[in-house]
Design a protein around this ligand. Structure first.
Ligand code: HEC
Ligand code: HEC
Ligand code: HEC
Ligand code: HEC
Ligand code: HEC
Ligand code: HEC
Ligand code: HEC
Ligand code: HEC
Ligand code: HEC
Ligand code: HEC
Length: 318
C-alpha cells in the first residue's frame, strides 16, 4: 500500500542547499562533482540521539527497518534525508531535514511521499488545513505522540479544540453531541485531511465534513432511520441537509434545533412568498386551517410527527 519513491519531492523536503545536491546525487554522472551527503544508516544516529533511537522500536515507522529496506525507504533517514554531512559537522541542523525548519508545504510533501495512497487523504493537498498552512506535524508527532494509534500529538479532542476554541464553546451548550464525554469524535463527522468537493447540501457550507457512502451526510452513519428512502420525502432533509434545521455541534434548544421554537424554524421556509424565505421560491405556506395565533398550531411536530419523511402521508402526519 505504501510504496515510497525517491523523487524530486524528496529533494524538495531537504533544505534547499542540500536538495540541490541530492538531485545531483541522483544523477550518477554528476555525483563525484559534489560532496553529496550519503545515507549513513540508523545505527549512526544512536551515539548522539540515544533516546530517540531507543524509543523508536515502538513506532509504526520502525516496521520498515525490520525488512530489508534501506534508506530512503526505511529508517531515520527516510524522513530526515541523508545524514553524512550532518554527522561530519557534529550535528549541524542545517545539514539535515529538520522539521522545525521546514515550511508547511515541505512537510506535506515529505510525508506524502509514502502516505499519498490512502483514499482518506485523497484531498489533502487542497484541504482547508493544508491551504491554511496547517501541516501534518502540527497534529501528528513522530517521536512524542500522545496516542499510540495515529500518532497524534494530543488526544484528538484537545488537539482540535487547541485551534478551534469556538467549537469547544459549542460542545459546552446544554444540548450537544457528547464529544467531551467520549461518545463521539470530531472525526466521526470531519476528515481533517480534507473532503471531496462540495455537493448540493454542502455547497455554501464549511468543508471537511466527511461524506459517508454515496456522498450522503455523515449523520446517517449513526441516525440510520433518517436515511429513507421515504415514499414522501421532506425535501428540506435531502436537499438542504440536516444542518439547515440542526446545529451539528451543540445548541441551547431541544433536539439540537437551530431555533428555540419549532414553528419559527418551519416558517423560515414555509412562507409561501416567492422571493422571500431562505429558498426564495415560494415553498408551500401553512394552510388557512393553521391559525398561528393559536398556541395549538405552533408546535408543528406534534402533528407533523414524521418530519424527516414518511411512508404513509404526504404531509408527514403519520
Ligand atoms: C516518519 C518520519 C520520521 C522518521 C522515520 C524519523 N523521524 Fe525524527 N522527526 C520527524 C519529525 C516529523 C520530527 C519533528 C518532531 C516530531 O514530530 O516529533 C522529528 C524530530 C527529530 C529530532 C528532533 C528532536 C525532537 O524530538 O524533536 C531528532 C533528533 C530526530 N527526529 C531524530 C530521528 C532519528 C534518530 C530517527 C531514527 C531512529 C528518526 N528521527 C526517525 C520525523 C521522523
Ligand atoms: C555527532 C553527533 C550526531 C550524530 C551522529 C547525529 N546527530 Fe543529529 N544532531 C546532533 C546535534 C548536536 C543536534 C542539535 C543541533 C542544534 O540543536 O543546533 C542534532 C540535530 C538533529 C536534528 C534536528 C532537530 C531539530 O531541531 O529539528 C535532526 C532531525 C537530527 N539531528 C537527525 C539525526 C539523524 C537522523 C541522525 C542519524 C542518521 C543523526 N542526527 C546523527 C548531533 C548528531
Ligand atoms: C488537523 C490535524 C491533522 C493534520 C493537519 C493531519 N492529520 Fe493525519 N490524522 C489526524 C487525526 C485526528 C487522525 C486520526 C483519525 C481517526 O482516528 O479516525 C489522523 C490519522 C492519520 C493517519 C492514520 C490513519 C489513516 O488515515 O491512515 C495517517 C497515516 C495520517 N493521519 C497521516 C497524515 C499526513 C501524511 C498528513 C499531512 C499530509 C496529516 N496526517 C495531516 C489529524 C491530522
Ligand atoms: C518512508 C516512508 C514513510 C514516510 C516518509 C512517512 N511515513 Fe508514516 N508510515 C509509513 C509506514 C510504512 C507506516 C506503517 C503503516 C502500517 O503500520 O501499516 C506509517 C505509519 C504512520 C502513521 C500511523 C498510522 C496508524 O495507523 O496509526 C502515521 C500517523 C504516520 N505514518 C504519519 C506520518 C507523518 C506525519 C509523516 C511525515 C513526517 C510520515 N508518516 C512519513 C511510512 C512512511
Ligand atoms: C494547528 C491548528 C489547527 C488544528 C490542530 C486543527 N485545525 Fe481545523 N482549522 C485550522 C485552520 C487555520 C483552519 C482554516 C481557517 C478557518 O476556517 O478557521 C481550519 C479549518 C477547519 C474546518 C473548517 C473547514 C472549512 O473549510 O470551513 C474544520 C471542519 C476543521 N478545521 C476541523 C478540525 C478538526 C476536526 C481538527 C482536529 C482533528 C482540527 N480542525 C485541528 C487550524 C487547525
Ligand atoms: C455530529 C457531527 C459533527 C461532529 C461530532 C463535529 N462536527 Fe464540526 N461540523 C459538523 C458539520 C455538519 C459542520 C458544518 C456546519 C454547517 O453545515 O453549517 C461542522 C462545522 C465545523 C467547523 C466550521 C464551522 C465553525 O463553526 O467554525 C469547524 C471548525 C468544526 N466543525 C470543528 C469541529 C471540531 C473541532 C469537532 C470536535 C471537537 C467537531 N467539529 C465535531 C459536524 C460535526
Ligand atoms: C458517530 C455517531 C453519530 C453521528 C455521526 C451523528 N450523531 Fe447525532 N447523535 C448520536 C448519539 C449517540 C446521540 C444521542 C445523544 C447523546 O449522545 O447524548 C445523537 C443525538 C442527536 C440528536 C438529538 C439530540 C437530542 O437532544 O435528542 C440530533 C438532532 C442529532 N444527533 C443530529 C445529528 C446530525 C445533524 C448529525 C450530522 C451532522 C449527527 N447527528 C451525526 C450519534 C451520532
Ligand atoms: C426541516 C427541518 C429538519 C431537517 C432538515 C432535519 N431535521 Fe431532524 N428534527 C427536526 C425537528 C423539528 C425535530 C424535533 C422533532 C420533535 O420534536 O418531535 C428533529 C429531531 C431529530 C432527532 C431526534 C429525534 C428523533 O427523531 O430521533 C434526530 C436524531 C434528528 N432530528 C436527526 C436528523 C438528521 C440526521 C437529519 C439529516 C438527515 C435531520 N434530522 C434533518 C427537524 C429537521
Ligand atoms: C429549509 C427549508 C424548509 C424548512 C426549514 C422546513 N421545510 Fe417543510 N418543506 C420544504 C420543501 C422545499 C418542501 C417541498 C415543497 C413544498 O411542498 O412546498 C416541504 C414540504 C413540507 C410539507 C409537505 C407539503 C405537501 O403538501 O407536500 C410539510 C407538511 C412540511 N414541509 C412541514 C414542515 C414543518 C412542520 C417544518 C418545521 C419543522 C418544515 N416543514 C421546515 C422546505 C422546508
Ligand atoms: C394540530 C395539528 C397540526 C399542527 C400543530 C400543524 N399542522 Fe400543518 N397540517 C395539519 C394537517 C391536518 C394538514 C393537512 C390538512 C390541512 O390542509 O389542514 C396540514 C398541512 C400542512 C402543510 C401542507 C399544506 C398543503 O396545502 O398541502 C404544511 C406546509 C403545514 N401543514 C405546515 C405546518 C407548519 C409549518 C406548522 C407549524 C407552524 C404546522 N403545519 C402545524 C396539521 C397540523
Amino acid at each position: 500500500m505504501l510504496r515510497p519513491t525517491v523523487s524530486a519531492q524528496m529533494a524538495a523536503t531537504v533544505p534547499s542547499a542540500l536538495g540541490f545536491v541530492v538531485l545531483a546525487m541522483m544523477a550518477p554522472a554528476c555525483a563525484q562533482a559534489w560532496a553529496a551527503p550519503q545515507y549513513s544508516g540508523s545505527a549512526a544516529c544512536r551515539s548522539c540521539h540515544p533516546n530517540v533511537v531507543m524509543d523508536f522500536y515502538k513506532n509504526p515507522h520502525a516496521k520498515q527497518m525490520q525488512t530489508d529496506a534501506a534508506p530512503p525507504e526505511a529508517g531515520c533517514e527516510s524522513c530526515h534525508g541523508p545524514a553524512s554531512e550532518h554527522i561530519a559537522a557534529k550535528g549541524d541542523k542545517s545539514r539535515i531535514t529538520a522539521f522545525s525548519r521546514l515550511k508547511s508545504e515541505q512537510v506535506v510533501a515529505n510525508c506524502l511521499r509514502c502516505h499519498s495512497e490512502s483514499l482518506g487523504r485523497m484531498q489533502v493537498r487542497r484541504s482547508s488545513h493544508t491551504l491554511a498552512q496547517v501541516a501534518c506535524n502540527q497534529c501528528h508527532s513522530i517521536h512524542k505522540p500522545k496516542t499510540p494509534k495515529s500518532l497524534l500529538n494530543r488526544e484528538q479532542r484537545d488537539l482540535c479544540y487547541g485551534c478551534h476554541s469556538n467549537v469547544r464553546a459549542q460542545f459546552a451548550l446544554p444540548v450537544r453531541h457528547r464529544v467531551n464525554e467520549g461518545v463521539i469524535q470530531c472525526t466521526d463527522c470531519h476528515n481533517p485531511h480534507g473532503s471531496p468537493a462540495s455537493v448540493w447540501t454542502t455547497g455554501q457550507r464549511p468543508r471537511m465534513v466527511e461524506p459517508a457512502l454515496g456522498n450522503e451526510a455523515p449523520c446517517l452513519k449513526c441516525h440510520v432511520d433518517k436515511r429513507g428512502p421515504f415514499a414522501f420525502e421532506h425535501s428540506a432533509v435531502r436537499i438542504d441537509g440536516c444542518s439547515s434545521c440542526h446545529a451539528p455541534h451543540g445548541s441551547a434548544n431541544a433536539r439540537l434545533l437551530r431555533r428555540p421554537a419549532v414553528f419559527t424554524l418551519c416558517l423560515e421556509c414555509h412562507t409561501g412568498a416567492g422571493g422571500f424565505g431562505r429558498q426564495g421560491d415560494g415553498i408551500q405556506r401553512t394552510p388557512a386551517s393553521h391559525n398561528m395565533a393559536s398556541p395549538r398550531f405552533r408546535n408543528c411536530t406534534t402533528c407533523h410527527v414524521r418530519i424527516h419523511g414518511s411512508n404513509a402521508d404526504q404531509r408527514f402526519l403519520r
